[in-house]
Design a protein around this ligand. Structure first.
Ligand SMILES: Nc1ncnc2c1ncn2[C@@H]1O[C@H](COP(=O)(O)OP(=O)(O)OP(=O)(O)O)[C@@H](O)[C@H]1O
Length: 266
């Protein structure tokens, strides 16, 4: 049942264990954080700490074995229609035999009229600067362009919450910077809450309003950092700020000490 909650994404005391054969492996301890409308949250932490696991729980792709996730006040009981997903491996999320426009239209099939679908696809492709490629097949595009198709698909779908799992890890540095700025612009215009996983600490600080650092085994939130830069960020200027270097050192130190920390049972 829906409850009154001003927070768009509310992760409350979420824990998760995987069952592998006869073993139960507790990956997430008790994790709590929120993301408001228009807020950009980046999740960082050592490799294997459980970042993808928490994102899958927020998407409703798997149900947490403890605690709850609320999206716009409603408790998740399965995959949420309020959530769009962009993964690192665009080649596996796009259908190579379909055109760019058909890939973007996919989540809208059966949900909107043909005319509305066409308009939303057109607007989303224009937003990511791919309007000239609507009729191309995705395999004809570069890696960065394919990831823009994946972002356009999330845009056309228009969910209030966008979840991104290492979305820029497979593209070159220049394309990565362009996609980061595209994602910031999309968030500014749509007012979506964005939750993004990254291994790149500088990327997290550049993008985020809030950085959530996970650490330990099972994983807990070891630090929650408010990033003070606000809108209008710039790849060169923002990254050269003294506060940027201070935040980088703080996150590095947290991840370094978290990499080996064992979390006591609650
Ligand atoms: N379906 C599964 N069944 C069993 N164990 C799993 C499953 N998925 C993940 N794990 C384990 O849970 C732990 C956390 O995995 P997860 O992918 O969430 O970490 P991560 O922080 O995203 O890792 P990385 O940064 O390397 O991508 C890992 O030890 C992984 O082996």
């Amino acid at each position: 049942m829906a409850v009154e909650d001003p927070r768009l994404v509310d992760v409350r005391d979420v824990g998760h264990e995987y069952v592998v054969g006869r073993d139960r492996r507790r990956v997430l301890g008790r994790i709590s954080f929120t993301a408001g409308k228009g807020e950009f949250v980046c999740i960082v932490g050592p490799s294997g700490v459980g970042k993808t696991t928490i994102l899958r729980c927020i998407a409703g792709l798997q149900l947490a074995t403890h605690g709850d996730v609320f999206i716009d006040g409603a408790r998740l009981t399965g995959p949420s229609r309020s959530v769009g997903l962009v993964f690192q491996d665009y080649s596996r999320s796009l259908m190579p035999w379909m055109t760019v426009a058909d890939n973007v239209a996919l989540p809208l099939l059966g949900r909107t009229s043909r005319a509305e679908r066409d308009e939303r696809v057109r607007a989303a492709l224009a937003e990511v600067n791919l309007d000239q490629h609507a009729d191309s097949r995705t395999w004809q595009l570069s890696g960065g362009m394919q990831q823009r198709v994946a972002i356009a698909r999330a845009l056309a779908f228009g969910p209030p919450v966008l979840l991104m799992d290492e979305p820029f890890a497979s593209v070159d540095a220049q394309t990565r910077a362009e996609l980061e700025d595209l994602t910031l612009r999309v968030r500014d215009e749509s007012g979506q809450a964005v939750i993004l996983i990254t291994h790149d600490i500088d990327e997290a600080i550049y993008l985020a309003d809030t950085v959530v650092v996970l650490g330990g085994s099972p994983a807990v939130v070891v630090d929650t950092i408010r990033v003070p830069f606000g809108p209008g960020r710039d790849q060169l200027r923002t990254r050269a700020l003294p506060e940027f270097a201070q935040l980088r050192a703080r996150v590095h130190a947290q991840i370094h000490s978290a990499a080996t920390r064992l979390t006591p049972a609650p």
